[in-house]
Design a protein around this ligand. Structure first.
Ligand code: SF4
Length: 200
C-alpha cells in the first residue's frame, strides 16, 4: 500500500474540518490539523471553537496542533479600517500556516477556508499560493465546497459546536444586528447547537 502523504491542514473551526479532513484522507493524505485563528472574537467564542476542534480531533484520532494565543490585538492592527478585511484575514492565517508547515518539516498545506460557500474562494486560493511561494512549500488545492452538505450533516452527527457568525467582531455585529433588525431577540439566537445553523 502506498504510504499516505503528510499535509498540514489549517482548520478555521471543527464543522468546516469534518468533510475537509475526510476528503484529504480519501485522496491519500495524512492530515495534521492546525488551529491558528487570530480572527475569532470574543475570547469566549475563541475558546468554544478551540474546544470543538479538540473534540473533533479526539473523536477522529486526528493529530492537532494549536496556536492558543488569542489574537485580538494582532487582528485589529492588521485589519481595522481596511476595506479588504477578509483578504487580510485569509492572509494572516494562511501565511502563518505555510510558515509553520515549513518549520514542521512538512511539504504541503491546505485550509478548511476552501470549504466555505460564504468566503471569497478565489481570494483564499490567491493568498494560499502567495504564502506557499514565500515559504517554499506546496499549496494543495481542492474545492471542498463540493462536500458542503456532507460536512453539515457530519458535524451535526458528531454534536460539534456550530457557530453563528464567521469569526471576527465585525462579523458578529453584522450577524446579530441583522437578526435584531428582523425583530429576533438575542435570547432566541443564543443556542447555535440546537438551532444547527452556521454562517461560515
Ligand atoms: S468576516 Fe470572516 S473572513 Fe472576513 S475578516 Fe471577519 S473573520 Fe475574517
Amino acid at each position: 500500500m502506498t504510504p499516505k502523504k503528510p499535509i498540514l491542514l489549517h482548520c478555521c473551526c471543527a464543522p468546516c474540518t469534518v468533510y475537509t479532513y475526510q476528503r484529504l484522507c480519501d485522496e491519500g493524505y495524512s492530515p495534521t490539523c492546525y488551529f491558528h485563528n487570530p480572527n475569532i472574537h470574543p475570547y469566549t467564542e475563541f475558546m468554544r471553537r478551540l474546544d470543538a476542534m479538540k473534540v473533533f480531533a479526539f473523536d477522529m484520532g486526528a493529530n492537532l496542533l494549536i496556536d492558543e494565543n488569542y489574537g485580538l490585538d494582532r487582528f485589529l492592527e492588521a485589519t481595522f479600517g481596511k476595506t479588504e478585511r477578509c483578504t487580510l484575514c485569509y492572509e494572516m492565517r494562511v501565511f502563518e500556516t505555510a510558515r509553520f508547515c515549513h518549520e514542521q518539516g512538512l511539504n504541503c498545506f491546505t485550509t478548511t477556508l476552501l470549504y466555505s460557500k460564504y468566503q471569497k474562494h478565489k481570494g483564499i486560493i490567491d493568498a494560499c499560493q502567495l504564502a506557499a511561494d514565500e515559504h517554499g512549500v506546496e499549496f494543495v488545492y481542492m474545492d471542498f465546497r463540493e462536500g458542503w452538505k456532507d460536512g453539515i450533516s457530519g458535524s451535526k452527527q458528531m454534536g460539534l459546536y456550530r457557530q453563528q457568525y464567521c469569526g471576527c467582531i465585525f462579523s458578529e455585529q453584522e450577524r446579530y444586528m441583522s437578526d435584531a433588525r428582523k425583530g429576533i431577540a438575542p435570547s432566541e439566537i443564543s443556542n447555535p447547537v440546537e438551532k444547527g445553523t452556521t454562517k461560515r
